[in-house]
Structures are given as structure tokens and as C-alpha cells.
Design a protein around this ligand. Sequence first.
Ligand code: NAP
Length: 255
Amino acid sequence: MSRLEGRVAIITGAGKGIGAGAAIRLAADGAKIGVVDLKEEFCSETVNAIRAAGGEAVAIACDVANSEQVQQAVEKVVSQFGRLDILVNNAGILRDALSFKMSEEDWDAVIDVHLKGTFLLCKAAQKYMVDQRYGKIVNTSSLGAWGKRGQANYSAAKAGIQGFTKTLAIELGPYNINVNCVAPGFIQTPMTRDTAARVGIQFEDMVKKASAVIPMRRVGEPVDVANVIAFLVSDDASYVTGEVICVGGGERLTK
Ligand code: NAP
């Protein structure tokens, strides 16, 4: 039996990047997946990949910063698959600028998608998890939580997610619900490619420069994060809660 057989998962921002990698990995482990992204068509590639491999998935359009849409998305997954065991909060955006130049809109947008979105999904999902006395939540922080020039909004949101995760772990532990964080370093995804394009650097040069200072001497792939998420949502991690697992090839050690 696959280790997530019979389990149902929601993964946000799963149309591409780390979220797509996590959705495909958890489906391979036997879970049925609610693939959440801003528009249904953004989910197609991930849903098709899961179905092609023999798994089950449903595409759900939802802006994670909108409480009504979040509620509907969670209800849709439960009505489709009958339960909800796993939540991976992964959706994210960047609106980088030095603090003195950062607009209020860019501050709010990043805090809303990452921090409020994580809160809204956890709040909507925990109801089902508490009732069934079983749940696994993985939130996505970042090495940026420890500070990164030009990312005050992102860093604040990602640090906030760590505090929120630890608090939720205390509140939900008595109901057999584990709540943990992954904190990725540099992972090759559309987000990091967009960053290179925005600052006018060849992506390959950016990767080479980053790899030179990371102890593992390479940047990460979505599967590196997906593998850690797969562990945290499995019963192998049933006595792990409130933790932040860095997935950055040792980059955090050099900061
Ligand atoms: P990505 O390639 O940009 O993928 C993010 C996904 O989230 C996209 O599909 C995006 O939709 C979706 N999304 C954005 N806003 C949303 C919203 N309001 N509601 C629902 N979905 C939304 O990013 P990634 O690199 O895979 O990053 C995934 C997570 O890991 C993020 O939380 C990010 O902060 C974190 N992280 C990434 C890295 C890295 O190096 N890549 C490092 C540390 C942490 P669109 O199609 O509209 O873009």
C-alpha cells in the first residue's frame, strides 16, 4: 500500500513550480489531490500529469487571499473526495523593492497572499481535520524569513508564517494534527526565473553564482522540497510538529 493511500490533500499554488512538484509527489504516494491555483486552466498541467500517472486530482480556481473563495475551495475538495487530511500552503508572489520605495499595495499584496492566505486555508481546513482527529499541514516559509535585501514584505510574511505555524501546532496538537513549515532556499521555478528576468540577469548566471556559495554547490529543484513535504505529511513524521525544516542545501548555515 502507498503511504498516503486513502488520504486527500489540498495544495495551493500547485499549477507550477514547487506546488506542482509537491502535488505530483503526494499523488504518487497515493493521495487524491485538490490542485488549487488562481484559475482552473493554470491547474491543467499538474492535474493531467497526476491523472496520466494513474492518480486522482481535481482543479480548483481560488485566490488564497479571498476568504469566500478559500471556503468554497475546501468544501469542493471535501465534497469531491469525502474528506481532507493534508494541506500544503504554497501559493506565493513576489513584489520586491527596497523598503523606502515599497508601495503600500505591494506590502499588502505579499502579506495577503502568503500570510493571510495561509491563515485562511488553515482555518477552513482545520474544521474537517479536528472532526476526524487527523491532519497534516505544511506551510511554506523561506530562507528569506531571516532577512533579505529588497524583500521586506516577503521576509515579514515568511517569518510570520513560522510564528503562525508554531502557534497552530500548539493549538491543533491535541487533535492529532501536525503543523510544520518548509523553508526553501534557491529553487529553480518560474518564480526565480522571473526574478532573474526582472533584474536583468541570465538565469544560468544567477544559478551559477548562487551554487558557488551554497554548501551543497547546487541550487534546488521543486522535487527537493516536495520530498521533504512528502515526509512531513506522512505518518513517519507523526511526532514532528511546529518545526521549520530548511531545504536550502546548507545555505542557512552560511548566513
Ligand atoms: P511560482 O513558480 O511562482 O509558483 C507559485 C504559484 O502560486 C503559481 O502557480 C501562482 O499562480 C500561484 N499563486 C500566486 N498567487 C496566488 C493566489 N493568490 N492564489 C492562488 N495561487 C496563487 O513559485 P515557486 O517558486 O514554486 O514558490 C512556491 C512557494 O515557495 C512560494 O510560497 C514561495 O514564496 C516559496 N519559496 C520559493 C523559493 C524559490 O526559490 N523558488 C524559495 C523559498 C520559498 P500564477 O500562475 O498566477 O503565477
